[in-house]
Design a protein around this ligand. Structure first.
Ligand SMILES: C[S@@+](CC[C@H](N)C(=O)[O-])C[C@H]1O[C@@H](n2cnc3c(N)ncnc32)[C@H](O)[C@@H]1O
Length: 246
């Protein structure tokens, strides 16, 4: 299967199964995450996938389709929004959208609980952080997963809403973690409309070339590296037109 066919299969699954789920996850990030996961598998990187901030599972259920045998997907969320319990909807969506179900775990807690009860993974090849959006929350979540389960080689951390004007604390937390915190070897390699993709500096060239396959990128300098920036979401193809003649 060519890379184009591979991405297109994931986009089809997104359009048919994931897109109807309430939440925040777009086609651009489907392509980026699928390409990253494929490249990891091709270079022998094995590990779990972690999502901090699941909401109703839109990204979580997509990620479930990227698991290889023996890997786990672990999601963490308080699963309550403005007093409403999210779990009934999460369970209903799981019926149609969760793949590799026996490998998936959801933990209901505030992320602060991870201080005393570490994540049940010491090695996560993909980590998606999308819980609290204020500086201190983001710094805590990033520092916690980095310490508990980010591998020495081949892992990727994806920060949601890092490019969104309404949440300036996300960028400040990321750069504080890189510039003055323990994450001094993390570098961004891709920015989509919503998300910033980070890896260790030694993996930077590799992952940048992996996501360059998406095309339509600008190249910008951030810290001491160049980063690919995508300005547009991948558009859903228009349905074939039908002309009614009679
Ligand atoms: C933007 S939503 C996540 C969207 C989701 N990733 C998706 O694909 O649709 C943020 C989620 O983070 C959770 N959250 C926010 N702060 C949290 C915290 N401190 N601990 C646990 N969950 C938190 C909220 O309950 C909410 O479900």
């Amino acid at each position: 299967m060519s890379t184009e066919q591979f991405v297109s299969a994931h986009l089809d699954r997104y359009d048919n199964v994931i897109e109807p789920i309430d939440g925040w996850f777009e086609r651009d990030n489907v392509a980026a995450m699928a390409l990253i996961s494929k490249a990891q598998k091709e270079s022998g990187v094995v590990g779990d996938i972690v999502e901090i901030g699941v909401y109703k599972g839109k990204t979580f259920f997509f990620l479930s389709g990227l698991l290889a045998s023996g890997e786990r997907l672990i999601g963490v969320d308080q699963f309550t929004m403005r007093g409403k319990d999210l779990l009934p909807e999460v369970k209903a969506y799981a019926e149609t959208a969760c793949e590799n179900r026996s490998q998936c775990t959801l933990l209901k807690c505030f992320t602060k609980a991870l201080r005393d009860h570490p994540l049940p993974s010491a090695n996560a090849r993909i980590i998606h952080i999308d819980a609290g959006h204020e500086h201190d929350d983001v710094y805590f979540d990033l520092a916690t997963v980095y310490r508990q389960c980010f591998p020495d080689h081949g892992g990727v951390i994806i920060m949601d809403d890092a490019m969104i004007q309404g949440f300036p604390g996300i960028q400040s937390a990321i750069y504080q973690f890189i510039l003055t915190g323990p994450g001094n070897d993390l570098r961004p390699f891709l920015m989509t409309r919503g998300k910033m993709y980070l890896c260790r500096a030694k993996d930077h060239h590799h992952f940048k070339s992996v996501v360059a396959e998406m095309g339509e990128v600008s190249v910008r300098n951030v810290l001491d590296v160049s980063v690919l920036v995508r300005h547009h979401n991948i558009r859903k193809p228009e349905p074939e037109p039908i002309e009614i003649l009679l």
